[in-house]
Each structure stands twice: as C-alpha cells, then as structure tokens.
Write a protein that binds this ligand. Structure first.
Ligand code: HEM
Length: 139
C-alpha cells in the first residue's frame, strides 16, 4: 500500500512537472517597458538592414513605434488596445514580397536576441505574428 501511495505521489509530481505553465507572453516580454525595449531594438535592426530600411525612410517612425508597441502588447495578452490601421491597409500598397517579409522578421529576431529573450518566448511571439503574413505580402 505504501509503495502504491509513493508511486501515485511521484507520478502526480512528474505530471505536474511536465505540465508546468509559463507566465503569459506579455509578462515574459517584460510587460510594456520590455516591449518598448524590444521595439527600439527592432527599429535599430531595421535601420541596419539594406532590405528593410528603404521602406521606412519616408515613414513616421514615432507613430510606427507607438503602434507596434500597442500591437505587441495587445496580442501578447497585455492591457492595451491596438489603435493603428489594419495590416492590410498599412502594407497593401508597399509591394512587399516574401523576401522583404522574411527580412523584417529577421530584424525582429535580431532584436529579440539583442535583448536576450529566451528562445521559447521568441517563438511564441513569432507564432502570433505569422498569421499576419497573408495580409502583408503583396499578391
Ligand atoms: C508581421 C509583420 C509585420 C507587423 C506585425 C507590422 C506591424 C506594423 C504596424 C503596427 C505598423 C503601424 C501601423 C499604423 O501606423 O497604423 C506598421 C507600419 C509599417 N510597416 Fe509593418 N509590419 C509588419 C511587416 C512589415 C514589412 C514586411 C514591411 C516592409 C518590409 C513593413 C513596413 C512598414 C512600414 C514602412 C510602415 C510605416 C507606414 C507609414 O508610415 O505609413 N512592415 N507595421
């Protein structure tokens, strides 16, 4: 009987261990200050990338910063409301192709690496952004 109880407790603990939940993505990103830091690193990476910089030369980078922070805050489960335009409206006339899209995602990965976000946090954010691809790439 004692053995059965010990087995039951250890199995329960093992199951708990494997089901351990992570904090919400918003918290993993460091809340709003963390998202602002990520956005600044992202904007820096965009500026150093010959493929993505030309798109942003004529843009209002302060507006982009504010809207991007709002967007990431909202989709990661934070207490924000995105007040920018739809992804299709913003990017529709830009003739963005797969290579440009991948280049910008790469800028974001560089930014996430620069601020040392864990890989699992990076992957969670990327998987939330991936469905936007169809609204951004020109067809
Ligand atoms: C998942 C990918 C992307 C996300 C989440 C995203 C998000 C955003 C957001 C939130 C804005 C601000 C919208 C507003 O002002 O109302 C924006 C603007 C902009 N995005 Fe994207 N974007 C993505 C991909 C791209 C790509 C691939 C390019 C080009 C290579 C690009 C170029 C721009 C530019 C130039 C602006 C500024 C537009 C302006 O000032 O009128 N974006 N994006």
């Amino acid at each position: 009987m004692k053995l059965i109880i010990i087995l039951f407790i250890s199995c329960t603990l093992a199951a708990c261990g494997s089901l351990q939940t992570q904090p919400p993505l918003f918290q993993q990103l460091g809340g709003k200050p963390g998202i602002a830091k990520l956005t600044d690193a992202f904007i820096e990476a965009i500026q150093y990338n010959k493929q993505t910089l030309p798109y942003f030369l004529e843009s209002d980078i302060n507006r982009f910063r504010t809207k991007f922070i709002e967007q990431i805050c909202m989709i990661s489960g934070g207490p924000c409301k995105y007040t920018g335009d739809s992804m299709a409206d913003v990017h529709g006339g830009m003739n963005i192709n797969e290579a440009h899209f991948n280049a910008l995602v790469n800028d974001l990965i560089m930014a996430m690496e620069a601020i040392e976000l864990p890989t699992s946090t990076q992957n969670q954010l990327l998987s939330l952004l991936a469905p936007m691809r169809k609204d951004i790439i020109y067809r």
